[in-house]
Design a protein around this ligand. Structure first.
Ligand SMILES: [Fe+2]
Ligand SMILES: [Fe+2]
Length: 273
């Protein structure tokens, strides 16, 4: 257990879509799933690049699905650390892959490491990428903790990659969001929305309702959040959860005492390993 994080084996969400899952345990609360994805399109796509401390495992898991040099696209949903872990390595191992991301995300990362900017396809919501056997539509997720966030809709699988939105703090690992009990999952999703996007408590409810309605109109048959196992048939319920968050009390981040307890638990768990 590296600094509290755990990585699990990849699994399939559809015949051609794989999940590369890791988890961050939050003592006393549950687990935060952190997913990257591979879409075995005619032009194969990696969506996000995992958590940095797992670089070796991440690359091994990626190689178990596809030779990295076969990748044609790396779709980076945003430049947060839980999404960029192995990005530099992957771009080295996949010289033909284009980096599809927000222009400013690419430029910001370039301040930390030499991003191959000539390989960037700058995305805006509404743009499309042709992956050979399907079109990938760039979308703005309804909630985001980084203004560079760009999700995607895979037309072929009717799969919505919703970035950090529809994430949830969950009681355990899993490969299907329907395996969790609603009494755990729904409050866990509301809590994540409040903590990860505290601005949701400031929004105009009617306008936010319109944003959620546009997600409903996409009618995805599969929801692939970066922070939830794959979900089918639960979107309407999830939209209701998000719609309720603006008027709830904001969930406060851990204070120093709670943080100290978290550290103690993480250290204990590492000692037990
Ligand atoms: Fe994020
Ligand atoms: Fe995230």
């Amino acid at each position: 257990m590296k600094r509290g994080y755990v990585m699990e084996k990849p699994y399939q969400a559809t015949a051609d879509t794989y999940v590369l899952p890791s988890y961050f345990p939050i003592p006393g609360v549950g687990l935060l799933p952190i997913n990257a994805f591979v879409i075995l399109a005619k032009e194969p796509v990696l969506v996000d690049a995992g958590v940095g401390i797992f670089s070796e495992e991440f690359l091994r898991h990626l190689e178990s699905i596809i030779e990295p040099k076969e990748l044609r696209w790396v779709w980076l949903t945003h430049d947060d650390g839980d999404h960029t872990g192995s990005l530099q390595r992957v771009l080295e191992l996949a010289p033909q892959a284009r980096l599809a991301t927000h222009a400013l995300a690419a430029l910001r990362m370039n301040a930390a490491w030499p991003v191959p900017l000539e390989r960037v396809d700058a995305l805006r919501p509404g743009d499309r990428i042709d992956a050979g056997d399907r079109v990938l539509h760039a979308i703005r997720p309804p909630l985001f903790d980084n203004p560079m966030s760009i999700g995607l809709y895979d037309e072929k699988n009717r799969a919505l990659f919703s970035v950090d939105s529809f994430g949830a703090l969950v009681p355990g690992t899993g490969q299907d969001a329907a395996d969790y009990e609603e009494k755990d999952l729904l409050p866990g999703m509301a809590a994540w929305a409040s903590v990860d996007t505290p601005w949701v408590h400031l929004v105009n409810e009617a306008k936010f309702g319109e944003v959620l309605e546009r997600v409903r109109q996409i009618e995805p048959s599969l929801l692939l959040s970066s922070h939830l196992p794959p979900s089918r048939g639960q979107l309407l319920q999830f939209l209701k959860v998000l719609a309720s968050v603006p008027t709830t009390e904001a969930v406060p981040p851990p204070n120093q005492e709670e943080f100290r307890q978290m550290l103690e638990e993480i250290t204990k768990a590492q000692g037990a390993k």
